[in-house]
Design a protein around this ligand. Sequence first.
Ligand SMILES: CC(C)(COP(=O)(O)OP(=O)(O)OC[C@H]1O[C@@H](n2cnc3c(N)ncnc32)[C@H](O)[C@@H]1OP(=O)(O)O)[C@@H](O)C(=O)NCCC(=O)NCCS
Length: 216
Amino acid sequence: MSPSSEKPVLIVFGAGGHGRVAADAALLSGAFARVVASDRNAATWGSELLPGVPVLSIEDASALPGPRAVHVAIGHNAIRRGEAARLASIGPLATIVHPSASVAASARVQPGCLITAQCVVAPMAELGVGVIVNHGAVVDHDCRIAAWAHVAPGVRLGGAVQVGEAALVGAGSTVLRNLRVGAGATLGAGAVLLQDLPDGESWAGVPARPLQGVSA
Ligand SMILES: CC(C)(COP(=O)(O)OP(=O)(O)OC[C@H]1O[C@@H](n2cnc3c(N)ncnc32)[C@H](O)[C@@H]1OP(=O)(O)O)[C@@H](O)C(=O)NCCC(=O)NCCS
């Protein structure tokens, strides 16, 4: 087992509510030597994100002695993707897994993911870079979630569902097995998806249908 001194200091970037969720999971995971937060507007947040998790300026966070790792805790998919690119020089992207989540040994999880409390990531599922699997979501066997997508709280993805890059699968929605949610698409909260959702479109309802005039 690695001594704790070899664990990286984790910089949770994004000092809002989602950052709190990420920092809490990081603390409980025991995977990091220390957890700090940072934000482009650090001065507008309190001095601590959580008890024992200080909010630092980007400059101060960048100067922390290594090894460092970064987790971008911003719910908006495109902003999360952009900030990860901008912060790459500070340290590698870190995945955070809450200890109450169940992640199959055969699941493949890329860097920068957040898997929060009570989630299930089933055998042979794949999560791309920067994916969020939010509270209580189920990503069933053989699902493929592309980079920067967000599977919101309480979602149920059937087996072998594909979710495209930077898509939002809204809270409490259900996607039947083998279907695809397109890249940049949004599935509304509480929807039940019975057919493929095309790239960039927003659908909602039971069964899910296109929302007129709503962009993803
Ligand atoms: C679908 C969604 C993206 C639409 O958001 P929006 O662009 O702001 O749309 P509006 O709120 O203006 O609603 C437009 C229409 O869609 C309807 N609508 C919105 N969300 C809906 C939903 N989830 N299910 C059914 N109908 C919905 C509205 O009632 C409205 O209908 P109307 O034109 O007949 O009045 C959004 O409501 C949603 O469900 N987002 C998911 C949020 C989520 O789960 N985030 C994760 C948090 S961790």
